[in-house]
Ligand binder design. Structure first.
Ligand code: OAD
Length: 233
């Protein structure tokens, strides 16, 4: 069966009210990556890191999927192809839209991880450095998100999907964070037609055969309709 691989980034959730990282006023303009998104930052000040992710978890819980998330769920349901969604986003908006089995390569805000024993569980809306692991009781509970300096999740599986893709689309991602920034090159080498859907040029736009500029909620539904009707990618 033909395979379509979609990579999504913060831009797809922007119109659901969740901030991106690198746009003006984005999360990395207000917070230092080394303080809130690295293992060292967590070791130095776990309370600050929990506070950052607690605020994002509350925001994400209130957000609703937009037309772009809904269109990708439609693509998964209706395409005569396997549609694999890989997301760098830690929100749950693909699932809320009805998508199945999205691969969260940077983890999920809704999950907690024990840094001591590796146990994972459903995170409370608010986590604290005083929490204990339900399995080993260590005071080492952290959000189950991937920080800088850590390996993204399920990379082997993702690379397998890219190697078998006939269409690869990247939606709402700046192409500044690896390894996701290299997925278009991987897919193109394997013979996929690569499409970028983004508000503005990304750092890796040249790696795509086609670029569609605009807001994800405006562009993605039309692109999905084109793929479903067989009018190309
Ligand atoms: P960025 O904030 O780096 O990029 C978001 C991209 O979305 C930009 O290129 C915007 O132009 C575009 N964009 C903004 N609004 C849009 C809209 N309504 N429709 C379409 N495009 C829009 O976010 P990511 O590329 O997802 O990692 O960032 C990748 C990773 O860097 C994140 O997963 C996170 C971050 O540091 C970790 O925390 C490990």
């Amino acid at each position: 069966m033909e395979k379509i691989v979609i990579l999504t980034g913060a831009g797809i959730s922007a119109e659901s009210g969740l901030g991106t990282f690198r746009d003006a006023g984005g999360l990395w303009a207000e917070h230092r990556i080394e303080d809130v998104a690295t293992p060292d930052g967590f070791a130095r000040n776990p309370a600050l890191v929990h506070c950052f992710y607690n605020a994002r978890r509350v925001q994400a819980a209130q957000a609703r999927p937009n037309a772009a998330h809904m269109a990708l769920a439609r693509l998964q349901a209706e395409a005569r192809a396997e549609v694999v969604i890989v997301t760098q986003n830690v929100d749950g908006l693909h699932e809320a839209a009805g998508s199945r089995d999205a691969i969260h390569m940077h983890g999920e805000l809704s999950r907690a991880l024990c840094a001591a024993c590796g146990h994972r569980w459903q995170a409370a809306l608010s986590m604290s450095e005083r929490d204990t692991c339900p399995r080993c009781s260590a005071h080492a509970c952290r959000p189950d998100v991937v920080w800088f300096g850590e390996l993204p999740y399920r990379m082997e599986e993702i690379l397998d999907h890219l190697a078998g893709a006939s269409i690869f689309a990247a939606i709402g991602t700046s192409g500044q964070v690896w390894p996701a920034a290299g997925f278009a090159q991987e897919a193109a080498c394997a013979g996929a037609r690569c499409v970028e859907i983004n508000l503005e040029p990304s750092a890796v736009s040249d790696d795509f055969h086609k670029v569609l500029r605009g807001r994800a909620s405006d562009v993605v539904p039309g692109w999905v309709a084109g793929v479903l009707s067989g009018n190309g990618s």
